[in-house]
Design a protein around this ligand. Structure first.
Ligand code: ACO
Length: 381
């Protein structure tokens, strides 16, 4: 058989047909089930967007009210899960805690059969509702504080903020956090979604698939980038240092990557970054504009002249970390927030994968040795 050229990272290779989200990376277009993400970030809220992703259409008023209530009823986590979180090292990254506890959740709420629609819906509700509680609980328990119980008077985004910080968010803070969840909810065949689909294709439980996706998201080339952006902005210091810092980094390493910039699909500025900036500026009128935001803007401007020719512009995570930090959210919780949002997209792909599923089992091109003689141990040096 003639050898097939494999594009590194499977760039441009379709691995599934999907009706969930659409991206045109040259025209800065992203839509969920046909609705532009800018509209959803402005008009919708996370619960409604999650339904849209899972079901394919906007909910009726009754469906949305029931869905919201069903999520609220599943926010509490078992005390044994809190014990599990408490038993993890204090310094463990919250993504480790999330991946572990999501896998463990499947032990408490086993999905009876992935061919049963009612079981699958129940697992979807459980995962969307529990993940904010797991993240907020670990964030507090690791420091010896008690976990805060969910507040049924608050919506998904507001309740997460409350469980994490102990404070009810102002309307502007709630809105920006809710919009961040919407903007991160789905993004076609990214690495963690592909991971969800590969795991789901074995007919594993959704808890196994989502836990695999959380692990995939944790890397700095994917969801971990927003933490690295904030660290990078810390390193830069004041706006006046931006050029000197970048010149030095590029001199040290010509293939240096600016965190939060570049994207496999977008060759223009990520539309989510633009929406996020608009919302952030609104929230900053309340929280005050952080210095890091001004540094990020200066870096974006400088990078445009250098990397624009390669189609490298800010992605959604260039500004999301700065926004979260201005809301008082710890840096290592940024990527878990991405996961809390993306779980609805992952679940939509899980459900789509199950329709006409065939196990993912690609080929490889073997480039290793053949006909190697086995040398007994005593004859080896
Ligand atoms: N800074 C500077 N140059 C960059 C950057 C960047 N952030 N990203 C890409 N480039 C350059 C590359 O050096 C390469 O240049 P070359 O052709 O001269 O060698 C060219 O642009 C193409 O880059 P690739 O690395 O081949 O792009 P790929 O599609 O494989 O990777 C990725 C995309 C991983 C996002 C990359 O842009 C990157 O590492 N960015 C920084 C990390 C980041 O922000 N990740 C978040 C992604 S979005 C998300 O998960 C929500």
């Amino acid at each position: 058989m003639s050898q097939i050229e494999i594009p590194p990272g499977l760039a441009d290779v379709p691995v599934a047909k999907s009706a969930i989200s659409f991206i045109d990376g040259h025209r800065a277009i992203l839509s969920y089930r046909g609705i532009p993400v800018e509209v959803l970030a402005k008009e919708s809220h996370y619960e409604e967007t999650a339904w849209l992703l899972l079901k394919g259409e906007l909910p009726t008023q009754r469906e949305l009210a029931d869905f919201t209530q069903e999520l609220k009823e599943r926010r509490n986590i078992k005390y044994r899960l809190k014990d599990l979180l408490k038993s993890l090292p204090e310094g463990a990254h919250p993504m480790v805690a999330l991946q572990t506890s999501v896998a463990a959740l499947g032990g408490y709420y086993p999905c009876k059969s992935v061919s049963d629609a009612a079981s699958n819906w129940e697992a979807s509700l459980r995962l969307i509702a529990s993940m904010p509680t797991l993240v907020a609980a670990f964030a507090r328990l690791r420091h010896g504080d008690d976990a805060i119980d969910p507040n049924p008077d608050l919506d998904h985004a507001g309740n997460f903020y409350y469980m994490l910080t102990g404070k009810e968010p102002s309307p502007a803070v709630r809105k920006v956090l809710d919009a961040c969840l919407i903007l991160h909810a789905e993004h076609n065949m990214n690495a963690s979604t592909f991971s969800t689909r590969v795991t789901s294709s074995t007919l594993s439980s959704p808890y196994a698939a989502i836990s695999a996706a959380v692990g995939t998201l944790s890397g700095p080339l994917h969801g971990g980038a927003n933490e690295e952006v904030v660290e990078m902005l810390d390193q830069i210091g004041p706006v006046s240092n931006v050029k000197t810092w970048l010149d030095k980094k590029r001199a040290e390493n010509p293939s240096f990557k600016v965190m939060g910039m570049g994207h496999r699909v977008y060759k223009v500025k990520d539309p989510r970054a633009t929406v996020l900036q608009d919302l952030a500026e609104h929230a900053f009128s309340e929280t005050g504009k952080p210095l890091k935001y001004e540094v990020a803007q200066a870096l974006e401007k400088l990078c445009e002249g250098i990397y624009g020719v390669k189609g490298v512009y800010p992605n959604v995570d260039f500004y999301s970390g700065v926004v979260y930090q201005s809301l008082g959210i710890p840096t290592d919780i940024f990527t878990p927030i991405f996961a809390i949002a993306r779980v609805s997209g992952w679940l939509a792909h899980w459900l789509e994968q199950l329709q006409g599923n065939r196990i993912y089992r690609p080929e490889q091109t073997y480039v290793g040795k053949t006909d190697v003689a086995y040398v007994p141990l005593e004859k080896r040096p």
